[in-house]
Design a binder for this molecule. Structure first.
Ligand code: SF4
Ligand code: SF4
Length: 195
């Protein structure tokens, strides 16, 4: 069967018209930032205060791209007659993101919640050496980590929060008792001053 002359052109125009009226899905990055899910694996942040230099993350990393250096320090005994303790002090913590495969194992295995995912991803470099982020940079990423999602309504309160809440309640009660003691003495003293 011979094709109708001009049918190819009509089909092409129909496709063009259909595409023109369809909602565009083109991401206008970098003019418009993408809306990433909060659990996106962009970069790893280090909360140094929580790190005990246990080396678990560096040992478990399949790419061996976490570099940790530390030294030991002696902590004097807390009580007279007590024993001195030794603790690890972090000298270097770096992650080479040119090797990292974003598996998240280091974050999963850290027993002290010192590593977190941040959705930030704009850290491309022209020099590969710059992709090794040292502790200061890893700490800066920490401030871009999104808040954890709210707990389920019937979820058990995390033990860290429960301990902090109890300590805060205890302190508030002690302060209230102190204020009440002062309040009892206060008005009579004030009256005495007025007379
Ligand atoms: S995400 Fe995986 S590859 Fe990257 S540093 Fe952590 S353990 Fe290593
Ligand atoms: S596993 Fe956690 S606490 Fe241990 S060295 Fe790594 S970041 Fe620090």
């Amino acid at each position: 069967m011979t094709p109708i002359p001009g049918s190819g052109l009509a089909k092409g125009l129909a496709v063009t018209l259909r595409t023109m009226t369809r909602k565009t899905v083109t991401a206008q990055y970098p003019d418009v930032q993408p809306e990433l899910p909060p659990r996106s694996r962009g970069v790893i942040g280090l909360f140094e205060e929580n790190c005990t230099v246990c080396m678990l993350c560096a040992r478990e990393c399949p790419d061996w791209c976490i570099y940790i250096d530390s030294h030991k320090e002696t902590v004097p005994a807390a009580t007279p007659g007590g024993r001195e303790r030794s603790r690890n002090v972090l000298d270097r913590f770096a992650i080479d993101f040119s090797l990292c495969m974003y598996c998240g194992i280091c974050i999963e295995v850290c027993p002290f919640d010192a590593l977190f995912w941040s959705p930030e991803f704009e850290y491309a470099e022209t020099d590969i050496h710059e992709l090794t982020h040292e502790r200061d940079k890893l700490r800066e990423w920490m401030w871009t980590v999104p808040e954890p999602p709210a707990l389920d309504p019937k979820a058990e309160e995390p033990k860290e929060l429960a301990a902090a809440r109890k300590a805060a309640e205890k302190q508030a009660a002690a302060e209230a008792a102190e204020a009440a003691d002062r309040g009892d003495a206060g008005p009579s003293e004030a009256q005495g001053d007025a007379q």
